[in-house]
Design a protein around this ligand. Sequence first.
Ligand code: ATP
Ligand code: SF4
Length: 332
Amino acid sequence: MSDAATLPRAEAAVTPVIEAQDLVKTYEVGRGLFSPPGVVRAVSGISLSLAPRRTLAVVGESGSGKSTLGRMLALIEPPTGGHLAIDGVDVTGVDGARLKGLRRSVQMVFQNPYGSLNPRRTIRASLEEPLLVNTDLTPDQRHARAVDMLTRVGLRPEHAERYPHMFSGGQRQRIAIARALMLRPKIIVLDEPVSALDVSVRAQVLNLLADLQQEFDLAYVFVSHDLSVVRHIADEVMVMYLGGVVEQAPKEAIFADPRHPYTKALLSATPVADPGRKRDRIVLTGELPSPFAPPPGCVFHPRCPVAIDRCRVEKPVLAGDGTRLTACHLAP
Ligand code: ATP
Ligand code: SF4
């Protein structure tokens, strides 16, 4: 199986809303006055397929490429290589009005809701803006949809005339979610959507997201470094390391039987609900290597507690048995 393998899915009969093949994103970065620019490979050869009402969680350390993948899937940044189809349309190389139309199908919610809410505009104006730009709805229809969406995310109609600073962090994230839903997208890319919230509020926002997913048939790409949150919301988990996928599997398989040493280390640092099942902590030494000069062989080998000689020279391919994929020479 190739490095860019796609997991066969039980719900293969359902048409996927995202299909990505071998997605690559590189950035040219200056390295000082006397050095030529270097190329950072933020995402290297990722394939995935996602159906409506399903949630793919993308996890990994800071710098692993999660957000870059999320921005490509949300059509905010074009891939450098590979193919991406959103709702059955190949978006690779598409620009202008056609891309604008496709962007209605996929929206993004960020960690900091201030990113999408203008502090000087009322909530109503922020919610109506996507409709103003992208639809022919009348002012009354726009207003009605804004109020309707506010109530669906657990706020009240009178909140529409207030400003972002008059809300708590959790309420602001609810408003950002409402704004993302205004154009009735099929996909929402959520980049660390609850990381900035108090623990007590996180579960409420995650439950809201789960309800909205059913109500609007949404597919979620959920970018997070927090595996306890992922356990709550994901159907499938993709573990990234230095721009590539090291393991991908249904959530239950990842949490019950992680196979890649990196996944095992991430999970060992996550608190478990049942103290009787406490895991031994695997402490990873060293930092994520520079994406300018990835290590040869398995890119994880300098930090891997079980590396063998082969790992230093031969890159493992992402391969598996149909339900899960792992990139490790020692994987079963
Ligand atoms: P974090 O959780 O900190 O956001 P991440 O896993 O989402 O991390 P990315 O933000 O996707 O990782 O970054 C992946 C790599 O790509 C990093 O090495 C980063 O420095 C680099 N990178 C991302 N965006 C750019 C850019 N616009 N220009 C240059 N390099 C970039
Ligand atoms: Fe560790 Fe080798 Fe597996 Fe890489 S291929 S994760 S270095 S055992």
